[in-house]
Design a protein around this ligand. Structure first.
Ligand SMILES: Cc1cc2nc3c(=O)[nH]c(=O)nc-3n(C[C@H](O)[C@H](O)[C@H](O)COP(=O)(O)OP(=O)(O)OC[C@H]3O[C@@H](n4cnc5c(N)ncnc54)[C@H](O)[C@@H]3O)c2cc1C
Length: 370
């Protein structure tokens, strides 16, 4: 019997894990604009300790043992023919091709701020942008962070830990940081930021300049629609959750009114058997939580069930956000559970136990050394 052919469109956090689960059951092809897994997680440590960050969050595909049987293509998806079941790809060298599929997984994520840009990136481009962003912040005497979600808090805390002599300010529109986390989490981190000397400024809604996509670090004054005088800093980090789904290559009929992929609770695209979506691009729930809730396993099971004619299972999204906010610190890694309680992996457990066993072997089923 011929094995089914699965095309994974976008090999980021969710697509890569889905490919790993299916690699023994199907002929899997993964297509990505990135030179390996380049995670969108942990922005603060990415900016302040890019080498440390890259060790755990930028990993070449050939280091994953379970991807040995997966063919990866470094290129851009440019279209899909849903009737003929083929996607169109422009490879990094400019060659155009088509990839046929029995099952298509859309996991192309979102474009978000200066750290998740659209388009093809080489390893050299990525290394250059990591170094340039850190240098920009290292040269600044003052840093303003705009936004009140996990990326903003992570930036404010990590920059103040790395450069205690700089003036760091965090501006956000609501009364409480991290409004989508359990109500316990925001005040805990707000207190910690104040203890580090970060200026914490609730009630500030920034005016986003016309035509500005929040896609670079700026140095211009920040105007507020909430009436305060303009704020100034040498480097302004725009982390306001201005996400755009990477779906320009898909027909409108697959998308909701905001451009995200419409899915049933099983992650199948309604009306299109064999097409599924997962991760930040999939309109599973208002916060689009399927990546962080590790729905990749359920998706792989559902794909195998659909191919075998068995019923599919449903994803039931939790209401709020949870997880690590500030990344690995000198005292370890703190993770906020859905009930708002924090648990900590002590520093001595991070490399061997957490990254080696839990992440490398447990989650990714084997990662070779660099
Ligand atoms: C194990 C795990 C732990 C997590 N922990 C946390 C946590 O603690 N806290 C938290 O807030 N969140 C956490 N998250 C979630 C995380 O913040 C994001 O939600 C996640 O990075 C989104 O993954 P994604 O696969 O949807 O998108 P991405 O990782 O962005 O992947 C999309 C990929 O598709 C590529 N692509 C886009 N368009 C095209 C195209 N046209 N052609 C080809 N390729 C394209 C992109 O370049 C990218 O490589 C976690 C996720 C995972 C899997």
């Amino acid at each position: 019997m011929t094995r089914p052919r699965v095309v994974i469109a976008g090999l980021g956090d969710s697509g890569l894990l889905t490919a790993i689960h299916l690699s023994r059951h199907a002929d899997v092809v993964g297509i990505s604009e990135r030179p390996g897994l380049v995670s969108g997680k942990e922005l603060g440590t990415r900016l302040t300790q890019p080498d440390e960050w890259a060790r755990d969050h930028w990993i070449a595909f050939d280091r994953y043992r379970r991807l040995d049987r997966v063919r990866t293509v470094h290129g851009t998806l440019t279209g899909v023919d849903l009737d003929a079941r083929r996607v169109r790809v422009t490879a990094a060298d400019g060659a155009e091709s088509e990839e046929p599929y029995d099952v298509l997984v859309v996991s192309t994520g979102v474009t978000n701020g200066f750290w998740r840009p659209p388009g093809l990136l080489s390893a050299r481009d990525l290394a250059a942008s990591l170094a340039a962003d850190r240098e920009r912040l290292a040269q600044a005497e003052s840093i303003a962070v705009v936004g009140g979600g996990p990326a903003a808090v992570s930036c404010a805390l990590n920059t103040s830990m790395t450069w205690p002599g700089k003036r760091i300010d965090l501006y956000f529109p609501g009364e409480r940081l991290l409004p989508h986390h359990h109500p316990r989490v925001g005040p805990v981190l707000s207190k910690r930021l104040s203890q580090l000397g970060v200026g914490v400024h609730p009630g500030h809604r920034a005016v986003v300049p016309d035509g500005f996509g929040c896609d670079r670090i700026t140095g211009d004054p920040i105007a507020w629609s909430t009436g305060q005088p303009a704020a100034r800093a040498d480097a302004v980090l725009w982390t306001i959750g201005k996400v755009r789904p990477n779906t320009a290559w898909l027909p409108r009929e697959l998308l909701d009114e905001h451009g995200f992929v419409t899915v049933e609770p099983s992650l199948r695209v309604p009306g299109h058997p064999g097409v599924f979506a997962i991760g930040d691009v999939a309109a599973t729930d208002p916060l689009r939580t399927s990546a962080r809730n590790r729905v990749d396993k359920l998706l792989a099971r559902n794909i195998r069930a659909e191919l075998a004619g068995r019923p599919l299972r449903a994803y039931r999204p939790p209401k709020g956000q949870w997880g690590s906010v500030i990344g690995v610190q000198p005292n370890g890694l703190e993770v906020f559970a859905p009930n708002g309680r924090a648990y900590r992996f002590p520093a001595w457990t991070i490399r061997g136990l957490l990254q080696g066993w839990i992440v490398g072997r447990g989650i990714y089923r084997g990662v070779r050394r660099a």
